[in-house]
Design a protein around this ligand. Structure first.
Ligand SMILES: *Cc1c(COP(=O)(O)O)cnc(C)c1O
Length: 454
């Protein structure tokens, strides 16, 4: 562990622009559609939901670089640039010839990458005079990040938190409340969408899809109130590219270039953030790096989902997104990586995966915790259960390199730390955790009902 080497940048190295991959994609993603008219979305269609700037970024298919406001860059300085670490402890433990690097996004005040997008989203709302924001949170990471970001901007926040996490992760709830946010367990009786689900399934433990429906409904029915989303959307992936842009400079300091870049995958924001800046060199023909998204076996939209127009939420309030999806009514098993329990992937990643420009692997829950424990013992950091999926995929790569007797440069994103997830570790250490597989019938049942728009 003591040998692990850090590559540090200074404040002036914080990127001045985010990287938008869409103009460089060989196949542009199909347009998102208005849920009522089924016509391609315009930025104006999104204005009731998001800040106008976020809406414009969401549909920007022409500008490869989008300037980061100076005020946002200043706030990034609170914890950015984040360290890149060569994980020599882990390399040694695995006895691998591979070089393993990780970008440590767990050093943000809220312990994850989510603040990278929460800050600009809250900032653009503030600029426009918005007074209230609603959102959803699964594991509580996005809610915590937006609670802090809205506090810094003087905006009030209401968070719909997936019920199972509300009960399993009480400290995340307290973090949001400490920052001054109002936290409501979802499904709740405070919205039509919540009341309907509770009536149909009284013991339903909630999902991100349901929580999004509730947050969107409240934002649409409250004046001067917007909604903010922590993943899936293009503008969120865009904001997260600060991760990869910094990592690119740091890999240069290390004198290496990654053969494979890995991120865990919920809706795609941290994977996109670490990957897209490197992928731009593949798209221009200079490099042939592999990109691997690591998703949980219990929620395998990239490896087993269908490419279809689908809603981002349970009730069907969001635009129709062209996505690899398990169906918006898919109800994932109650794994501890709550942030990965989402039915679909963002439109850009879905298209990149369909075009063979990236790979995906699915990781069983027990393998993710074995990897997490190994990483903690080798590098000293206790990873978030979500990030553990990226670690497991990196370990598979390192073992494959050893098997093949070849060197390989592996870069993964440590999206967050797990210090508030010790209940999950407790259960793992006690031998109480299980793997969950999804049957083909379940996938077919959930996706067959989708409107066939493609
Ligand atoms: C939310 C979260 C994820 C999953 O979301 P993505 O948008 O796919 O990045 C992964 N890791 C952590 C720590 C998270 O909080």
């Amino acid at each position: 562990m003591s040998e692990s080497k850090k590559y540090l940048l200074t404040e002036k190295d914080i990127p001045t622009a985010w990287y938008n991959i869409i103009p460089s994609m060989p196949t542009a993603p199909r347009p998102m559609l208005h849920p009522a008219t089924k016509l391609p979305l315009t930025p104006e269609d999104l204005y009731p939901l998001f800040s106008e700037e976020a809406a414009r970024q969401e549909l920007n298919v022409t500008d490869s670089w989008i300037e980061i406001p100076e005020e946002v860059r200043d706030m990034y300085k609170i914890w950015r640039p984040t360290p890149l670490v060569r994980a020599r402890g882990l390399e040694k433990m695995l006895d691998t010839p591979a070089h393993i690097y990780f970008k440590n996004e767990s050093v943000s005040p809220v312990g994850s990458h989510k603040l990278n997008s929460a800050l600009p989203q809250a900032y653009y709302c503030k600029q426009q005079g918005v007074t209230n924001i609603t959102t959803e949170t699964g594991a509580g990471q996005w809610g915590a990040a937006l609670s802090l970001a809205t506090r810094m901007m003087g905006i009030d926040l209401a968070v719909y938190m997936v019920k199972i996490s509300y009960n399993q992760k009480p400290y995340r709830r307290s973090i949001m409340q400490t920052y001054g946010a109002e936290v409501i367990a979802s499904p709740s009786m405070s919205t039509k969408a919540g009341r309907k689900i509770i009536t149909d399934h009284p013991n339903y433990q909630g999902s991100l899809g349901t929580a999004i429906s509730e947050a969107v409904e409240l934002a649409m029915s409250t004046p001067n109130c917007k909604y903010a989303l922590g993943s899936v959307m293009n503008h969120v992936a865009l904001h997260q590219t600060v991760i990869g842009l910094e990592a690119e400079k740091q890999m240069e300091m290390a004198g290496e270039y990654p053969d494979v870049v890995i991120g865990c995958f919920g809706g795609g924001s941290n994977f996109s953030g670490i990957s897209f800046p490197f992928m731009r060199h593949n798209l221009s023909g200079e490099r042939s790096t592999r990109f691997v998204a690591a998703e949980p076996s219990s929620c395998p939209k990239l490896t087993r989902g269908v490419m279809q127009y689908d809603y981002g939420d349970e009730a069907g309030y969001t635009p129709l997104i062209p996505m690899l999806t398990l169906g918006h009514n898919f109800s994932p098993a109650n794994i501890h990586a709550g942030g990965l329990r989402y039915h679909g992937a963002g439109s850009v990643v879905s298209q990149l995966k369909t075009d063979g420009l990236m790979d995906a692997v699915d990781i069983p829950q027990l393998e993710s915790f074995e990897a997490a424990t190994m990483f903690a013992r080798a590098e000293g950091l206790i990873p978030a259960p979500e990030s553990a999926h990226a670690i497991a995929a990196a370990i598979r790569e390192a073992r494959a390199a050893k098997e093949a007797g070849e060197s390989r440069v592996i870069l993964f994103n440590l999206s967050g730390h797990g210090l508030i997830d010790m209940t999950a570790y407790d259960r793992y250490l006690a031998g109480d955790l299980a793997n969950y597989e999804v049957t083909d019938e379940e996938v077919a049942r959930n996706t067959s009902g989708l409107e066939k728009i493609i």
